[in-house]
Design a protein around this ligand. Structure first.
Ligand code: SF4
Length: 201
């Protein structure tokens, strides 16, 4: 019931990060840690103009990358991570992205959330993508009591059928952005208000 309402409410489930190829999506998701997708979308056009692929970014001067991505926060660590990740992709020989959780999370700056975004949007694999919106909304809807992202991911990976996991992830995330805000959820306008155990009206 919840999933069918969410699917109707959010027919467009593309990532909110702008990208033109798998490499750009991976770098954009790494940069999105602790900041907004809109903030990342402001810096990536310049970043990918100067460094269009793994080979170019792997050879970049860290100071230059830091200056471009400065506004996304944690820019020193992020610059170091995306340069090292680009080098790791270059080492694969064909600049391709790996398609397993194990290989993806071995890349610098890539955690399970980032890996799941890539597995879903690039490789069309089932994925429970636990970000701050997903964590908050899935708890309010009573899908989990856990607070640790990995436990939430494992629990819901078992509970949600594989064929709908990715849409479930995206629609729950979008719901957190449209109605189920962290501070003051818009319960009166929410299409799930009759089903939600946390409704406040
Ligand atoms: S009813 Fe309120 S708390 Fe429940 S999902 Fe909707 S916005 Fe969130």
């Amino acid at each position: 019931m919840v999933t069918s309402i969410l699917n109707l409410e959010y027919p467009d489930r593309k990532p909110l990060l702008n990208y033109n190829n798998p490499f750009e999506l991976l770098i954009a998701v790494i940069l999105s840690a602790q900041t907004t997708d809109a903030g990342v979308n402001k810096v990536t056009p310049e970043l990918f103009k100067r460094y269009p692929g793994p080979s170019e970014l792997a050879a970049a001067e860290q100071n230059d990358v830091e200056a471009i991505i400065h506004s996304t926060g944690f820019y020193r660590v992020k610059a170091a991570n995306i340069i090292k990740t680009a080098a790791a992709l270059q080492d694969r020989g064909d600049n391709s992205l790996p398609n397993t959780m194990k290989e993806l999370t071995s890349l610098p700056g890539v955690g399970r959330k980032t890996a799941n975004v890539i597995l879903y949007h690039i490789f069309d694999q089932p994925a429970i993508i636990v970000d701050t919106h997903f964590k908050r909304v899935s708890k309010r809807l009573g899908f989990t009591k856990f607070t640790e992202p990995e436990k939430i991911e494992k629990q819901l990976s078992r509970a949600i059928p594989k064929e709908i996991q990715s849409d479930f992830s995206m629609t729950i995330n979008l719901h957190g952005r449209k109605y189920c805000f962290a501070r003051k959820p818009d319960c009166s306008g929410c299409p799930l208000k009759d089903l939600c155990p946390s409704v406040q009206i």
